[in-house]
Design a protein around this ligand. Structure first.
Ligand SMILES: *Cc1c(COP(=O)(O)O)cnc(C)c1O
Length: 407
């Protein structure tokens, strides 16, 4: 099986989305990689089976340990993130937990950005603490907090940028330098950007994780995750969280994501362009108090657009004038938007972080992370922006009427 892998370096991201990771030679000439929907693999002989278990012969054994369809997804993502290897997982949370569990043990200390995905926060704040892992949450926009948190037993750092849902951008160069200087393993959740808009390895980050549920798949029909890193790290990760813990992706889901990845660069381009248009519209709207989108000049993350990010992404946070009720009414009044958590789909989605994605935080923890009760998050889909804006306009009109009636 010849794998076109090593000559990927000269190819552009758009081309890698389509060609990287492709395995050649034994698919009966199929243009696209077939779905190997099989639990196990047949050995030619007892000797061959033994050789595969001993690692003396390459080849598949059992799908929890590896599968040809899944392998193509892993190699494609490794190429897109400009790293050596990858391990696909059952969900994004399996990738988050797996990246940590593979390298951290009881008594170790980890530094975590205080504003991260809600379930990642719960994982660090509740689950890992049960196993004797010491966790310090810090505001990673402030380098002095990083240094202050450092302990002799600090093993790993975990961050996400831009930070969901107010899109605060962290300085990956600063974080990468800090971790390398102190021998701390760095893990970055790159879900919001996808490798098209940001490649954290450029800044010395060791491990990159994704919820493949979002932009990578892009079609709202899969939950999955992926961890990308060096060959050595991926070896450790696979033997820990796939072989022994069992968070393996289904080959069918891997196949769907491979299909989604072909259009990733085209989709990201459109998501960014449309979100910019919608953010500018929201920014002009008299009923909007604040808009959080790195594409806007006044946003904290704007300055990273040339140095760190190749686009501002498709997610916008905004706060409307009015209380929690007005926010609920607004969300209920949209028609084109689907009221749903998740992001990165063709469909535009709208949700309320305080009561939905960030409900694992207490109100106090939420406010400390900059998530107000009136904050609304939208994931801008691939519809025409005229239609997206018309739907938001309709929702604004609905709450405006409500305000007038109440007065
Ligand atoms: C959705 C998400 C996750 C979790 O991924 P699942 O596929 O839902 O398990 C982790 N991090 C971020 C930033 C996410 O948006």
């Amino acid at each position: 099986m010849s794998i076109i892998k090593n000559n990927n370096k000269s190819l552009n991201q758009e081309t890698l989305c389509i060609h990287a990771g492709k395995t050649k030679g034994d698919h009966k000439g199929a243009l696209t990689t077939p779905l190997y929907q099989t639990s196990t693999f047949v050995f030619d002989s007892a000797e061959q089976g033994a050789a595969r278990f001993a690692g003396e012969e390459e080849g598949y054994i059992y799908t929890r340990l590896g599968n040809p369809t899944t392998r193509e997804l892993e190699l494609k993502m490794a190429a897109l993130e400009k790293m050596e290897d990858a391990a696909a997982t059952a969900t994004g949370m399996a990738a988050v937990s797996g990246a940590v569990l593979s390298f951290v043990e009881a008594g170790d200390h980890v530094i975590v950005s205080k504003a991260i995905y809600g379930c990642s926060f719960a994982l660090f704040n509740h689950q890992f603490k049960k196993f004797g892992i010491d966790v310090t949450f810090v505001d990673m926009t402030d380098e002095s907090q990083l240094s202050a948190a450092l302990k002799p037993n600090t093993k790993l750092l975990f961050a996400e940028t831009p930070i969901n849902p107010n899109l605060v951008v962290l300085d990956l160069q600063m974080i990468g330098d800090f971790c390398q200087k102190h021998g701390v393993l760095s893990v970055v959740d790159n879900t919001f950007m996808s490798p098209i808009l940001q490649t954290p390895v450029d800044f010395g980050i060791d491990i990159i994780i994704h919820s493949a549920t979002k932009y990578l798949n892009g079609h709202g029909d899969v939950v999955a995750g992926i961890i990308v890193s060096s060959k050595e790290n991926i070896g450790i990760i696979k033997s820990t969280i796939l072989k022994d813990i069992g968070g393996t992706i289904s080959p069918h889901d891997a196949w769907l994501i491979l299909r989604g990845l072909k259009t990733l660069s085209v989709r990201m381009e459109r998501h960014c362009k449309s979100a910019q248009t919608v953010a500018e519209y929201l920014n002009r709207h008299p009923m909007v108090k604040d808009v959080f989108y790195p594409g806007l000049q006044e946003h904290q993350g704007h300055k990273y657009l040339s140095s760190q990010m190749r686009g501002a992404g498709g997610v916008i946070g905004f706060e409307i004038n009015g209380d929690l009720d007005a926010g609920r009414k607004f969300i209920n009044s949209t028609n084109l938007f689907s009221l749903a958590v998740s992001l990165g789909d063709a469909e535009s989605l709208i949700q309320h972080p305080a009561s939905m994605t960030h409900s694992p935080y207490t109100q106090e923890e939420r406010l400390a992370a900059g998530i107000g009760d009136g904050l609304i998050r939208v994931s801008i889909g691939l519809e025409h922006t005229d239609d997206i804006i018309a739907d938001l306009e309709h929702a604004f009109a609905t709450i405006e009427n409500l305000n007038t009636k109440n007065n």
